[in-house]
Design a protein around this ligand. Sequence first.
Ligand SMILES: NC(=O)c1ccc[n+]([C@@H]2O[C@H](COP(=O)([O-])OP(=O)(O)OC[C@H]3O[C@@H](n4cnc5c(N)ncnc54)[C@H](OP(=O)(O)O)[C@@H]3O)[C@@H](O)[C@H]2O)c1
Length: 266
Amino acid sequence: MTIRVCLAGATGWAGSELARAIARVDDLTLAAAVSRTHAGRNLGDVLGEPRLNCPVYATISEALAHPCEVFVEYTKPDSAKFHILTALEHGAHVVVGTSGLTDDDFAEIDDVAKLQHRGVLACGNFALTVVLLQKFAEAAAKLIPQWEIIDYAHDDKVDAPSGTARELAARLSKVRHPEVTVAVDRTVGSREARGATLSGSQIHSVRLPGYVISAEIIFGMPDQRLTIRHDSGNSARPYVDGALLAIRKVSTLVGVHRGLDSVLEL
Ligand SMILES: NC(=O)c1ccc[n+]([C@@H]2O[C@H](COP(=O)([O-])OP(=O)(O)OC[C@H]3O[C@@H](n4cnc5c(N)ncnc54)[C@H](OP(=O)(O)O)[C@@H]3O)[C@@H](O)[C@H]2O)c1
């Protein structure tokens, strides 16, 4: 049986790579797509991929008129929550690739997903190297009580910190809250220089030309330091396999699950 997918953001940098990948596999079908600019066209024509025969709509309500089992959100932070809640109300399971949603957003989404008995798999980063960074960091946090996170991205990324950094902080908070020697609110000088506190972790976001996406976590102990870092290149290729896996597995979940390892055996 094929899984019917509705993809919001199908013409974007990440979404178009995923749409092309869906066209290449037998067990997934793209039923409908969302993009305001290309509404009314066929996605196959827009992407130059003849194996895709899928209408593009300007709004999620129009797209969800086509039955689908899984909705994939790959647009922008300002539209993501509305799209996810609408898809859940239509009875779809949801895979979230879009970054920028807060812990409060996820709590609200979790309530609706549980009510609808549907799964939401939110992955701040679908890349396997990021999944491993998360797992290695969780192992380190069990033994090392102090760390800070740095996220690097291209200068025109609008949200900060990145979904990867947010997710990492949220996961580490379940291991323990990091200790700080000087409490951030006792900083002498500029408190902002210590970064943002999310889920207990200090996060510093660098936004500069020359970067694509990187995430780094530094664990510090007296006289020793451990740095774990992920870097991705210019293409959206690293995110494809993880997103396909998320689409295939999300229906086994109920409520919000964060991180691809929720459906991986590691
Ligand atoms: N989880 C991961 O592994 C991962 C990987 C890469 C990127 N991301 C995240 O995914 C998101 C998209 O990134 P991107 O680089 O692909 O962005 P992008 O190239 O700007 O693409 C955005 C897509 O969303 C559509 N869109 C934007 N606003 C919309 C709205 N209000 N309603 C309907 N469609 C809308 C755009 O089409 P129109 O403008 O025509 O509507 C376009 O198709 C970002 O949050 C990014 O951080 C996550």
